[in-house]
Design a protein around this ligand. Structure first.
Ligand code: BGC
Length: 767
């Protein structure tokens, strides 16, 4: 059957929503639900058509349509023209799907959130969709509308490639816009303080510089398509256990140097139109009603000009309006629509200053103007899913981390006679993570495996398999006369029998993760360790392919010849796995998160609050402070299973020529050379290893390049001075102490090959 274009799907969907009385001709005009207004026949989609209509009368009665003015000036003009009702209307929104017996809101095209248009003034509706792994379609609310499924964000982080992060953002933004969305709830970037966090796959790992840089680039990519992106979940939403009640506690200086710094870097780089505040409490106060976090840090110290939207169900009080929250999302989930009538009354009574209402409104409008929501023509062309699939295949290729490769087991020769493939639904595809970020992949899921279970969000407990079969991809790659045989892995003995008969055995290890649930430990579920052990015992040339949401333990490691971490590799994940295993692509990934040797090495061997009884208030004390992940391992001299930054290539590199310059602004230069026989990705990394205060470990920068055999490349990195500084709460800012610093070059946080001592002058920087 011919695939329907996104527009056709939307039209079909609209007909269902409106019943047969809507003619397809009418719907065909706009392709979306029409909004009757002064704009007549023009529908409202992402603001674009409104903009076209509005342009005409810009000069006369819509001065905010003057594109020569700044977004701030335009927002001010428009806000002044709004009635109190119109202003309040912009500050709260419904779930954008049918919800608890209520129909889908009029005008919504079906997604996480919706804020109606103001046709009188040409203000477009906000059509808000999840998110960072592609355009979601919750509960198939837009029947049959699928989208490119991107690799897990943790995989994107494993590419260490700002360029691929940007390009991933472009893919998401382009599809979002063509489907009629203008706000993406993307930019998930909580730090991986706990490798068991159910949402780590949606985030960028454990380091503030890597996470902030790549998240910023992903946001920039989305917004380049005239779609607003958030960053989320601000802040310290670093575990799912107790997620609605969790009180995450941390000292201010440590907070500024870790989770906050990650957001700060992403915001500076990506300029997201909105920041989504988190469910949890931060040092006692809920994140969405946290005056210190929102007013003092985000809007005060960082001068963030956009708006703060709540997470869905994260608003508990009206006074959040004065604590820094600008917009209540998914309002039916909260106990009240606080930012509706109650806010209007509070403003009329002077309880919430009228100036604050103006500020809230202007922040929303300002981001809408800045992202081009008022000015850009509508964009309903077909989506080039094939082009997007090749884009995300590149990401998946470069995300794969080769953790082990004894006796050059990898790459597998294409002429290998008998290849055994075991487990992992490999005949169907690759798994994806669950929750609000789940994307209905192009072609639809190849398989859905309900896991059962009870309680809230039990409906999320279903493994969705993206239709990119590694088995099929491998069969397409091997030479004529070679066989690739499959066993589903249910019985270790059976799998071992097949493995024993093959020249090489490839066994999959899956760890499905989802929003709302942490993993109790780092064991591969469903007894897969036993399967892997049996296969590895039967065939010394056993390759383990992990599709996981983060680190797992590998009790069979010394028996496995090779191990690769493929994360959740997305729409073309099967091809990417085959590419890397058979040497079509070099494994370009490096770990963005430490793989511990056991849970006992973690700052909290147990997840606070995990297990029954659920829903008790939970507190987590981040006593490790800013020493997240590898920093904590270094401080406590612990040896992880695999270090942050680690990953092998099919070639070898030398990293050398480390030079450090500057006494205030520091520049680091270094050279990578491909010393092997194949092209491969070099990812040289620069770490701070000591300062006047003693030993330290902190990523300062890195380079990434595909180098041909014999090729060298010199990199120069401008170091962000905040990474050399400590945050001082007394001095209210960053302080670089005068003295000697040690800067190292290496292939991971643990494998450092050169060190330079460097003298710095004292320096103070704004918060
Ligand atoms: C999630 C957010 C998501 C929102 C809307 C919440 O449950 O925490 O990440 O954007 O729902 O779907």
């Amino acid at each position: 059957m011919r695939r329907r274009t996104a527009r056709e799907v939307m039209i079909a969907w609209s007909m269902v929503a409106f019943g047969a009385s809507c003619t397809s001709a009418t719907l065909g005009m706009s392709g979306v639900i029409g909004v009757s207004s002064a704009l007549g026949a023009l529908g409202v989609i992402g603001g674009a058509r409104v903009a076209v209509a509005a342009d005409k009368d810009a000069a006369a009665d819509r001065p905010w349509m003057n594109t020569a003015l700044s977004p701030d000036e335009r927002a001010k003009l428009l806000e002044r023209a709004m009635t109190p009702e119109e202003k309040i209307g912009l500050l709260h929104g419904k779930v954008g799907t049918p919800f608890r017996g209520e129909p889908m809101p009029d005008g919504a095209i079906g997604s996480a959130g919706y804020i109606p248009a103001i046709p009188r003034l040409g203000v477009p509706a906000l059509q808000e969709s999840d998110a960072g792994l592609g355009v979601a379609n919750p509960g198939n609310v837009r029947p049959g509308d699928d989208a490119t499924a991107l690799p897990a964000t943790l995989g994107l982080a494993a590419t260490w490639s700002p360029d691929l992060a940007y390009r991933s953002g472009v893919v998401i933004g382009n599809e979002a816009r063509r489907k009629g969305f203008n706000v993406m709830l993307a930019g998930g970037m909580n730090l991986a303080r706990d490798p068991r966090n159910g949402r780590n796959f949606e985030y960028f790992g454990e380091d503030p510089l890597l996470a902030g840089t790549l998240a910023g680039e992903a946001v920039r990519g989305i917004q380049s398509q005239n779609v607003i992106s958030t960053v989320k979940h601000f802040a310290l939403n670093d575990q799912e256990t107790g997620r609605l009640s969790l009180d995450a506690r941390i000292a201010e200086d440590a907070f500024r140097e870790s989770d906050l710094l990650a957001f700060q870097i992403a915001i500076e780089r990506g300029k997201p139109g909105a920041v989504m505040c988190a469910y949890n409490r931060v040092n006692g106060a809920y994140a969405c009603g946290n005056d210190w976090l929102l007013n003092r840090v985000l809007k005060g110290d960082w001068k963030y000009p956009g708006w703060v939207m709540s997470d869905w169900g994260a608003v508990h009080d009206l006074d959040y309006a004065t604590k820094g929250l600008d917009q209540q999302s998914g309002e039916q989930i909260d106990t009240q629509v606080f930012f509706g009538e109650p806010l209007k009354r509070a403003a009329a009574a002077g309880v919430v200053p009228v100036a604050r209402i103006s500020d809230m409104v202007r922040r929303v409008l300002r981001s809408m103007f800045a992202a081009g929501l008022f000015d850009t023509p509508s964009d309903e062309g077909p989506i080039d899913y094939d082009a997007h699939a090749s884009e995300v295949r590149k990401v998946a290729d470069q995300a794969i981390v080769m953790l082990r490769n004894e006796h050059s087991t990898l790459p597998i020769a294409r002429s290998t006679k008998r290849v055994a493939v075991i487990g992992g639904y490999a005949e169907f595809g690759v798994i994806s993570g669950g929750g609000s970020s789940l994307v209905n992949p192009v072609g639809g899921p190849a398989l859905r495996v309900p896991l059962g279970g009870e309680g809230q969000f039990a409906f999320w407990r279903e493994i969705n398999v993206t239709p990119s079969s590694p088995l099929r991809a491998m069969r397409a790659l091997v030479s004529e006369g070679s066989e690739v045989l499959f066993n589903d892995g249910r019985y270790p003995s059976d799998a071992a029998r097949l493995a024993a008969s093959a020249d090489v055995a490839i066994v999959f290890g899956l760890q499905w993760m989802t929003e709302n649930f942490d993993a109790p430990d780092l064991t591969l579920p469903h007894g897969q360790d036993e399967l892997i052990r049996a296969v590895a015992a039967a065939n010394p040339r056993t390759v383990v392919v992990l599709e996981t949401g983060g680190p797992v333990l590998m009790p069979w490691l010394d028996k496995a010849a090779a191990v690769v971490a493929a994360w959740y590799p997305g729409q073309r994940g099967g091809d990417a796995i085959a590419d890397v295993l058979f040497g079509v692509a070099d494994p370009g990934g490096r770990l963005p998160i430490t793989f511990p040797a056991s849970e006992s090495q973690l700052p909290r061997p147990q997840i606070p609050g995990y297990g029954p009884p659920e829903r008790l208030p939970v507190t987590v004390e981040y006593r490790e402070g800013s020493d997240v992940g590898y920093r904590d391992f270094a401080r406590r001299s612990q040896k992880p299973l695999f270090a942050f930054g680690y990953g092998q290539s099919y070639t070898t590199f030398s990293y050398a020529g480390l030079e450090v310059g500057g006494t205030t602004d520091v520049t680091v230069s270094f050279t990578a050379t491909n010393t092997g026989m194949r092209p491969g990705y070099a990812v040289p990394q620069i770490y701070l290893t000591g300062g006047p205060g003693g030993p330290d470990r902190r990523l300062l920068g890195w380079g990434k390049a595909l180098l041909a055999p014999g090729e060298s490349k010199r990199f120069t990195v401008q170091v962000d001075s905040r990474l050399l500084a400590k945050y001082s709460t007394q001095a209210r800012g960053w302080q670089v102490a005068a003295g000697k610093y040690e800067i190292a070059l290496g292939a991971s946080a643990e494998d450092l090959v050169a060190r330079v001592q460097h003298e710095l002058r004292a320096r103070k920087l704004d918060p």
